[in-house]
Design a protein around this ligand. Structure first.
Ligand code: BGC
Length: 801
């Protein structure tokens, strides 16, 4: 594509203008040259669209950790296609994903959003996702380039990491998405890498452009372009806009000769190429109509494929004809977490909880529900069915933005009490007060905590009476993150089921700066009361004792896993560990489901009959879980990351910058590599996951460094899925190497008794190391194949020259 002609028709001002967004989510159009605005949207587990609004819902896919648990590039590809379909449906041109930072530490706040602790598993799945998205002429954006593997002080922290580690681990995770899947964009991160912030870092040129042949657009993470200096680098598009560090100052800098116009032209060419690719530039072919794919059915399949059966003492699958009474227990069984918090959040039309999924799957069984232990922290939104809009008399709420003199500047009817304004029409900057009103009809009687979660000073009224006025103060200085996971203020109130209450919350609109000047978020709702935790456990135990089986869904909450901060503890919040122990003691057929986006500690794991890790299962979570519990689907997952026994065993447990610096001193030894090096036993190792049948592997042969062949046999009595994993070792080496490292993997699905010879492709750098360039240490490598990092029955040798 040659854009010289178009470039020649643009003034310097026009060229510079299109290099900064026109608003929060879109680029500037230039109608004179047939360029329309392009919309960019998060991503990565669904596509939100240009507004954050329940009136325009999105498909909520399982989290990246669930996707990576499938170890299936076919699923990752379909995940990309379904995301692109959502993008096309919502007029989105670019999906801001996949997130391919690594699970360097399980404390990383966006762990749920990234794939794995292993760069090869990450690279293969990310490349398949990118190919799937772009097949439908939607741009994919591998992010955040690079070493953005923690959240604390994420805007300023400097990661110190050696070149070999960068190339072999952190960059390797990105490489294939660019070299093979030809990603149309890459997002530069907030952090610095070896002293230079990502948007001014030479890594944007090498390896990205020079070695990997990237010809797309480097878009900044939101507000990550902070200087004119970044315009000299291979940073192409600054988001969001319209105000940013470039603009008039960049025009001046070009005029004064400080920055070459060629550098600007290069960026503009790339932006035009992106526009041509997504169909935003006249004269280039428009995308064909997208195919029909059932996204909801895919979300259900993907969730089952990403469900990891960690332990099974003959308890699963259940036989539905044997179940007359099931005790479903756990806060997350009813209020499931289907996605992580922060910019990755989408608003699904509806969510199937484990409780409702099981009720549908077992229509003839008696299913009891006990909360068991409170997990939620802070205010949760009011159930939409309990809200009536006082103005319209219909379901929902009325919200208004008021000027300093009390005049109404903007008003709208909403159906949710969790509202996020980022972009959109609401005149937030000009407003003094935001008001939310609904007539709320509680479904249960008792003492509750009514309140709001937001940033700023607010007032809570019930039936016209002011109950509390106070300021919600965020923890930390990451205002963007605080908007998406805001602090709560609440007040006690006695309510009666069925008796409506006029709920009104006023918020003094906080004056935020820069990219957030037109942003506001507020959730009006109820905080859980937790006066007598032991009574909740006792009630669950009684239910479990009276049932054939007990299903306990444990998990995290939005205060534990969200963008903008790291976790501090791997323990399950609240009394959940006590709950599981008590239920397991009461019912030997206790199955525990772990609804967390990242590893958590499971100290009772050997006391229960079965444990399933589902990660965040997406909107069809409950149906997918029922499919697995009842054996209608195979638990298709294998762990993409090591799950520890104890927090102190975790190799990288400190993610807090010291004097602004995070040292990746462990080098190439992250994840299972570090566990192997230390010789510590985890709770569940990398690659682990059971199915419902048994397998035998045999006849491993390595012909050359690009692939191995072996025979896989399903020795059980039902069809199943197996993930064959191939690792490489170098027993005698002059280099510091991992004990073993993942080189390739393949998914095999076979009927009972069936056998198949398969070929497993090995990663192109599997036998190489970085020494200023990719290099090989000649000699014998051991190749091992099996079912996890430590279950490797087969081995062979390969001489590499
Ligand atoms: C996140 C990105 C996201 C962007 C836009 C940033 O805070 O780090 O992952 O794409 O916001 O929402």
């Amino acid at each position: 594509m040659n854009f010289d002609d178009l470039l020649g028709r643009l003034s310097l001002e026009e060229k510079v203008r299109i290099l900064t967004g026109q608003d929060f989510w879109s680029t500037h159009p230039l109608p004179a040259i047939g360029l329309r605005s392009m919309v960019l949207s998060d991503g990565p587990s669904g596509v939100r669209g240009a507004v954050w609004d329940e009136r325009d819902p999105s498909l909520n896919l399982p989290s990246a950790t669930a996707l990576s648990s499938s170890w299936d590039v076919g699923i990752a590809h379909r995940y990309g296609v379904v995301s692109a379909l959502e993008a096309r449906r919502k007029n989105v041109d670019v999906v801001l994903g996949p997130t391919i930072n690594l699970h360097r530490s399980p404390l990383g706040g966006r762990h749920f959003e990234a794939f794995s602790e292993d760069p090869v598993l990450t690279a293969d799945l990310a490349a398949a996702y990118v190919a799937g998205v772009q097949e439908l002429r939607v741009g994919a954006t591998p992010k955040h380039y690079v070493a953005n593997d923690f959240e604390t002080d994420r805007f300023t922290a400097n990661v110190v990491v050696d070149e070999r580690t960068l190339r072999e681990v952190y960059l390797l995770a990105f490489e294939k998405a660019v070299t093979e899947s030809k990603a149309w964009l890459v997002m530069s991160a907030y952090n610095s890498i070896n002293g230079a912030t990502a948007s001014e870092n030479d890594l944007l040129e090498t390896p990205l452009n020079t070695d990997w042949g990237f010809d797309g657009v480097v878009v900044s993470d939101w507000t990550a372009v902070r200087s004119l200096e970044s315009a000299k680098h291979s940073q192409d598009l600054a988001m969001p806009g319209p105000v940013g560090a470039w603009g008039d100052a960049l025009v001046e800098a070009v005029r004064s000769g400080e920055i070459k116009e060629d550098a600007i032209d290069r960026k503009v060419r790339r932006l035009l190429a992106l526009a041509a690719r997504v169909g935003a530039l006249e004269g280039y072919e428009k995308p064909a109509d997208p195919p029909q794919v059932d996204g909801i059915a895919f979300a259900r399949t993907a969730a089952a494929e990403g469900t990891v059966l960690l332990r099974n003492e003959g308890a699963l699958p259940w036989r539905s004809d044997e179940l007359t009474k099931v005790a479903v227990i756990g806060h997350n069984a009813r209020d499931a977490r289907t996605q992580g918090g922060g910019s990755a959040t989408v608003i699904p039309e509806s969510v199937i909880s484990p409780l409702s999924g099981l009720r549908t799957a077992l229509p003839n069984a008696e299913i009891t529900y006990s909360i068991g232990a409170v997990v939620q922290e802070g205010v949760a939104e009011l159930p939409p069915a309990t809200m009536t809009n006082p103005q319209a008399g219909e379901p929902g709420a009325r919200v208004r933005f008021l000027g300093a003199d009390g005049s109404e500047l903007f008003a709208e009817d909403r159906f949710s009490s969790a509202l996020v304004y980022l972009g959109g029409n609401a005149p937030i900057g000009e407003s003094a007060v935001f008001e939310f009103r609904t007539t709320w009809t509680p479904s249960e009687s008792g003492a509750i905590q009514l309140g709001f979660a937001s940033v700023g000073r607010g007032r809570i009224f019930a039936d016209g009476k002011l109950l509390r006025e106070d300021t919600a103060v965020p923890v930390g200085n990451d205002l963007g993150a605080a908007l998406l996971s805001p602090p709560s203020i609440s007040t006690p109130l006695e309510v009666t089921a069925g008796t409506p209450i006029d709920v009104r919350v006023e918020l003094d609109v906080p004056k935020l700066e820069g990219g957030l000047s037109n942003a506001l978020s507020i959730t009006v709702g109820v905080e859980p009361s937790n006066d007598d935790p032991q009574a909740l456990i006792d009630e669950a135990v009684a239910a479990a004792r009276a049932a054939d089986v007990a299903l306990v869904v444990v998990g995290t909450n939005s205060k534990v896993e969200s963008e903008g901060y790291d976790r501090t503890s791997l323990a399950l919040p609240g009394r959940q560990d006590d709950l599981v122990r008590a239920v397991a003691a009461a019912n030997p057929r206790t199955v525990v489901v772990v609804n967390a986006g990242s590893p958590v500690l499971l100290p009772w794991r050997d006391e229960v009959a079965a444990v399933l890790a589902t990660y965040f299962g997406g909107q069809e979570y409950g149906d997918a879980l029922s499919d697995v519990l009842l054996g209608r689907a195979e638990p298709g997952g294998r762990l993409p990351t090591t799950w520890p026994r104890e927090q102190e065993d975790v190799p990288v447990i400190n993610v807090t910058p010291k004097d602004g610096v995070v040292r990746y001193d462990e080098g190439i030894h992250i994840g299972y590599r570090a566990w192997l090096k230390a010789g510590t036993e985890p709770a569940y190792e990398f690659g682990h996951g059971l199915g419902y049948t048994t397998w035998e592997l045999s006849d491993l042969r390595a012909n050359d460094p690009s692939s191995v062949a072996l025979t896989v046999r399903n020795t059980g009595d039902r069809a199943g899925k197996h993930v064959v994993q191939v690792y490489v070792e170098r027993p005698e080496s002059a280099l510091d190497r991992p004990v073993r490292w993942l080189a390739g993997f393949a998914v095999v699905r076979l009927d009972a008794g069936q056998a198949r010879e398969i070929t497993v492709g090995l990663h192109e750098h599997a036998f190489e190391h970085w020494d200023n360039e990719w290099a090989t240490e000649p000699g014998a490598f051991t190749i091992r194949a099996g079912s996890s990092i430590s279950d490797l029955p087969l081995s062979t040798e390969l001489q590499v020259r």
